[in-house]
Design a protein around this ligand. Sequence first.
Ligand code: HEC
Length: 181
Amino acid sequence: MNHIQKVGFTLILAVLSFSAGSIATEPGKSSGTAVDDAYAAKLWTYMLENRLIGENRVRSFPFVGSRPHGSIQEFIATEATIDGQKGRLLIKHNYGAEEKLTPKEVYAADHDEYSEPLAIMFQREDGYDPVNSNWFWAEYNPDGSVLNYQGANLSGRSPLCLGCHTPLGGKDREVLNGIAK
Ligand code: HEC
């Protein structure tokens, strides 16, 4: 390695370590940080205000789902605007306190009765996380706080969510749309 090569090499290393160091705070690269949780809170407020969750919320007919989500689920695909950015919003209500629940029972029951954590995907601006179709992921406790699973808050570019939705969902990372994977 001559001197010029050495300088070039050192520069590349510097760039690499800079990008590695900044990963934690870059949008689309972080998950479970205060910034991600704050963004998840905005989505929660949006959903409440638009009756997508909470009392008198819009219902869709439940279906039998699979774990780790509820044994019975309700799904709504809509659009939301957060900080002036419009994107698709996929909302999944999960039920399953009793494994033998049926979709009809869930539909008839008070909607909170069998609830498990709410799971959502919101498609953010181009460039947020392009490799993964720019989804922001979140899972919530009933009070709207972000669910903590094994020490990690489930908000942002969650590796846990992507771990399943990449193989099961294919390029768009969506499972239920059934588009050939
Ligand atoms: C172990 C696999 C697995 C993991 C982990 C997982 N999911 Fe899913 N997800 C599924 C499956 C399977 C479906 C289709 C519905 C069903 O049968 O449960 C789904 C469906 C969804 C949907 C409805 C839209 C779609 O893609 O079909 C949302 C929203 C969702 N998941 C959010 C999340 C979030 C948020 C996380 C992380 C906190 C997560 N998921 C983690 C397997 C997983």
